[in-house]
Design a protein. Structure first.
Length: 250
């Protein structure tokens, strides 16, 4: 290799050229009209690059679908596997994407692979702390965050998720009740009994009653009369309330 060839090669792989290649492959990944082999070549390039900017370029691919569906699935699975094994370089880009996408399932699954259970729970709790309980056209982000907390033993879960028992969305209330019941704690009996007494959703009611029966949790005295009147109308009964306030099967 001659001296000029060496300098030519060095300049071609410099920051400006790398930026150009990143931009070129990003544009191709986001082009639904690209030929599948070309788009996949760019996906592979960015996955091998493995930088934060590369992950930021790839993640918006989850915001749209391409035909045929098998190609769409293969591309998304390829990106998922690459990010799930990427380590620290992917964490912040995935967190950022989670806060602005409607395709929340993918980044949540990625973070679950990338983080410890404690760190994953902390991300979910931070997301929920910023969410409100008023009507939302698309409450999917908070619903999926609540679902992802189900089965995670963290002392902070009850306080954060309990707020969503007041949510305008029936689906959100339902999953909040399920997540609280999964804590297997008598402390959740009071807020769940209060929701049972006021909620019109049969799905919410039957879920709460089944959970309270399983845990043998006593419900507060102020809710027992209202709850007792509801028990006869539940399809998963019959139930009764024992003298100590525990719902049991009749």
């Amino acid at each position: 290799m001659g001296l000029f060839d060496f300098f030519r090669k060095s300049s071609s792989s410099g920051p400006a050229e790398q930026e150009r290649m990143l931009s070129r492959h990003t544009e191709r990944v986001m082009d639904k009209r690209s030929l599948s082999p070309d788009r996949f070549q760019s996906i592979e390039y960015l996955c091998k690059l493995g930088t934060e900017d590369a992950w930021r370029a790839l993640l918006p691919r989850y915001n749209f679908t391409v035909d045929p569906s098998i190609t769409d699935r293969e591309e998304k699975n390829y990106i998922f596997e690459a990010i799930a094994q990427a380590g620290d370089s992917a964490v912040e880009p995935v967190k950022e994407f989670l806060l602005k996408t409607t395709a929340v399932n993918w980044p949540l699954k990625m973070l679950q692979k990338l983080l410890s259970e404690e760190a994953f729970a902390a991300v979910l709790l931070k997301i929920l702390a910023a969410e409100d309980t008023v009507y939302q056209k698309n409450p999917e982000r908070k619903i999926q965050a609540i679902i992802s907390l189900e089965g995670i033993a963290d002392a902070r879960v009850a306080g954060v998720v309990g707020r969503f028992l007041e949510d305008a969305s029936e689906d959100t209330r339902f999953h909040a009740a399920r997540t609280l019941l999964a804590l297997k704690s008598a402390d959740v009996a009071a807020p769940l009994a209060a929701l049972l007494a006021r909620d019109d959703s049969m799905r919410v009611r039957t879920t709460i009653v089944d959970g309270l029966v399983e845990g043998a949790y006593a419900i507060p005295a102020e809710h027992r009369e209202k709850v007792s009147g509801l028990l006869g109308r539940l399809p998963n009964g019959p139930f009764r309330i024992t003298p100590d306030g525990v719902i049991a099967r009749a």
